[in-house]
Design a protein. Structure first.
Length: 501
């Protein structure tokens, strides 16, 4: 564990076992145990302040909340996304790792990450952060070539809510499996689950199954599987070759069957799935032996093709698929805007596209949270209220004034740039060039990251001073225990289970 990470306060987030009476819909099967996270009263106050700040796009309030509540999971997710936008990958990773630490510290003693028998209901608002944090953590691990660990985490997410698969992990588990060379698992998973989930109707699964068979030297079966994938999803071939910087031969170029581009004859929903797969697949298809095998089977398919249009199989993507694409870093390449146009609420990174039958503990429109925007001054009512309930209320007044002055200087520019960020994201998702100076946007976001870096660097000093002054703590001092450190704690469970690459 890194020395500058704050220890996770006890009894802020906890987990309990759901009784049969609490299950919705009721379930008499004792095979699985259903759990749910619970937020303490103090954490609920922080969450409501966070939702209010997000609704108002009040970044000064959000940064202040993050400074004083370094354990707040949804703030960590949101600020990690800001860091990615400013190309500050190391801080983005650090924030997600902190969120993993918080969630791991809250697990129930009976909650097993390896048994496959523990379940979490994604519809419960308190549970969703666990799914999203693990999803982002797996992405960062894969980017660092820790592919086996990312693969194990993806399986964990899938098993947490097997029936619903709320983050559509079937769209990425195959990629992690091939990247980590888990070919036998890929073949077994496809063959056992195809009849249950129709995996053969997903382009990523169809192509990855064929690729896994190829690496297992089952050439006859791999040829058959690849030809099936090419016949089912012909619009995949040319974009894949383009990503690999391979020019198709004359026979492929002149073929009417492969002439339909991704945005052509196939439906927008299928286009979306193909584009998502192609963006990832270039890494696992670039081997020269794989290219030769692909070329051979493309020619075989061309010999078999009948001159008729393929049946449209996809009309509208499930909500889980839209949620998956939003969480990926491929939104500028995978069409998304047209499917989000009918959403009545803004789509936020900390909880994208909540289930339509969501069970919410928090209401973003709650009247319990002050609706007015905080001015950033330590003398304003909202700032005074915030400081009075948070752990560093007793720090020196000049330290609070110094930070408030920094936030005030950023306020006007940040709020303006938040609107710009939304415009940029929508334009990128729609494939349109945004009308904005990127240098100006990056500089503004860099200011936010600089402020975050400043309070992270000063947090250890402030917390150590508070700990020295306070000495022992009782259960009534929960709010003052938020900044203490526990150097022996760390991200143990996932590393032990998944292994380190």
């Amino acid at each position: 564990m890194k020395d500058d990470r704050p220890a996770v306060p006890k009894e802020l987030i906890s987990m309990k076992v759901l009784s049969k009476a609490e299950l919705d819909p009721p379930c008499s099967d004792d095979t699985f145990t259903w759990f749910t996270f619970e937020h303490s009263k103090l954490y609920q106050q922080h969450e409501e302040l966070f939702l209010s700040a997000v609704k108002r796009t009040d970044t000064d309030f959000l940064v202040t909340l993050m400074k004083k509540c370094p354990y707040h999971v949804n703030s960590l997710i949101q600020l990690s996304e800001f860091c990615k936008m400013t190309e500050n990958s190391s801080m983005a990773v650090e924030l997600i790792e902190r969120a993993v630490l918080v969630m791991e510290s809250s697990l129930h003693p009976s909650f097993s990450l390896t048994s496959g028998l523990c379940r979490l209901d994604y519809r419960r608002q308190e549970n969703r952060a666990f799914f999203i944090v693990l999803f982002k953590h797996a992405q960062f691990l894969e980017a660092k070539a820790c592919c086996r660990t990312a693969f194990e985490i993806s399986k964990l997410i899938f098993n947490l809510n097997l029936e619903a698969d709320p983050l559509a992990m079937v769209l990425v588990m195959d990629y992690y499996a091939i990247r980590s060379r888990q070919f036998s698992w890929m073949v077994k998973f496809y063959e056992e689950w195809d009849s249950i989930r129709n995996l053969s109707q997903l382009p990523n699964m169809a192509f990855s199954y064929a690729l896994a068979l190829f690496y297992l030297n089952e050439m006859e079966k791999s040829d058959e599987a690849l030809q099936y994938a090419l016949l089912m999803f012909p619009a995949t071939l040319k974009p894949l070759l383009e990503e690999l910087s391979i020019k198709p031969d004359q026979r492929v170029e002149s073929s009417k069957y492969f002439d339909s581009s991704v945005s052509g004859s196939c439906s927008p929903a299928l286009h979306q799935l193909i584009a998502l797969y192609v963006c990832r697949a270039k890494v696992i298809w670039r081997d020269t032996n794989v290219i030769s095998w692909l070329e051979k089977n493309v020619n075989t398919v061309l010999d078999r093709i009948e001159n008729k249009d393929p049946t449209t199989r996809y009309v509208k993507p499930p909500r889980a698929i839209l949620r998956h694409i939003f969480l990926c870093d491929l939104k500028e390449k995978v069409p998304l805007a047209s499917f989000l146009a009918k959403e009545s609420e803004p789509v936020m990174m900390y909880d994208p596209l909540p289930p339509l039958d969501s069970k919410n503990l928090y209401d973003a429109n709650s009247s319990r949270v002050a609706a007015g925007s905080a001015e950033g001054s330590s003398n304003s009512p909202i700032s005074t209220f915030l400081e009075s309930i948070l752990p560093s209320f007793q720090v020196e007044r000049n330290e609070r004034n110094r930070f408030a002055e920094l936030v005030n200087n950023m306020d006007r520019e940040v709020n303006r740039q938040l609107d710009v960020i939304n415009d940029v994201q929508q334009a990128q998702a729609a494939g349109v060039e945004p009308n904005i100076q990127y240098g100006e946007l990056r500089q503004s976001l860099s200011n936010i990251v600089d402020a975050m870096r400043e309070f992270f660097s000063s947090m250890r000093v402030t917390d150590s001073q508070n700990a020295d002054e306070e000495g022992g703590l009782s259960s009534d001092d929960e709010a003052d225990n938020l900044g203490d450190y526990n150097e022996e704690s760390g991200i143990i469970a996932l590393d032990d289970i998944c292994g380190k690459n």
